[in-house]
Write a protein that binds this ligand. Sequence first.
Ligand code: FAD
Length: 122
Amino acid sequence: KDAKAAPLTKEEVGRATWMLLHTIAAQFPDEPTRQQKRDVKELMHIISRLYPCKECADHFKEVLKANPVQAGSQAEFSQWLCYVHNVVNRSLGKPIFPCQRVTARWDPEYGNIELNGRRLKE
Ligand code: FAD
């Protein structure tokens, strides 16, 4: 049955991707190792090359060129990610997300993360 499930829409892939990225950012170490910094930078560049929507990938390459990945700490990476997500939001006419709220929105320790439409920690 699952094999016949409809493929995802562009919106669903986008939402799932941002969810993964913001969740990674929320749990990124305060003092990342050189390897961890390299890994998130590579992850963002790989997404900009392999993202399964060509116009999105091409646009995101330009966004990364103008805004090099900042991953010196958890706070720096999550703020950077919020900023570039807002660049994409703006280009799509979506509301700008207030970046001072990223922890409240995405940090599972904070207790506010929503998965499958429900809160993980009440
Ligand atoms: P999404 O933008 O998917 O956001 C999901 C949730 O994240 C929101 O409900 C909100 O709670 C939270 N959020 C929103 N903004 C922020 C922020 N700045 N920081 C933290 N949390 C936030 N679609 C296109 O049509 N054209 C494109 O060129 C395009 N480029 C994309 C590039 C990338 C790298 C990615 C991952 C996606 C791209 N998309 C693009 C998809 C698009 O960004 C959305 O994911 C999709 O339109 C669904 O939008 P949404 O309203 O569900 O919210």
